[in-house]
Write a protein that binds this ligand. Sequence first.
Ligand code: CMP
Length: 162
Amino acid sequence: MAKQNLKERTLVIIKPDALQRNLLGEIVGRFEKKGLKIVGLKMVRLSDVLLNEHYGHHKDKPFFTGLKNFMKSAPVVVMVAEGLEAIQVTRVIVGPTSGRVALGGTIRGDLCISTQANIVHASDSLVAARAEIKRFFTPRELFDYQKADFHFTYGEEERALV
Ligand code: CMP
């Protein structure tokens, strides 16, 4: 297991359905309120080349073409969230793939009823997070800064895990 650190980063894609359904602020707000630090954020339109790479592991699935069409149907917002166990924390607050089985309280459980139009994508491992962040952001687009609420976001032992 990777050493715990306060600067673990994960990639989140806020999908076209979220933008169309006016949920952008709500979603970004959930990450902020949780205590994750947003260190990168931008709007992009996804290309076939990028989607073939990002969803390459799904290329033989029956939903692959539909998924790509959906992901190209409007811009997406890509975001890098940072914090202690950011990858796992993000997966917990996002919930499982299908909005129909995701529990209330999670982003998908509260905000969607679909498997494809499931509001967000989030990295599922350290290896994936590293590759996905590199895929969507240049180093200059990611920011290192102090949060004013740091002392009240983490406890003493956690704050020492720099
Ligand atoms: P995401 O977390 O971005 O990872 C792969 C995506 O494929 C997933 O979210 C859904 O948007 C989509 N997906 C996964 N399973 C299905 C399915 N059975 N039918 C349609 N879309 C799916």
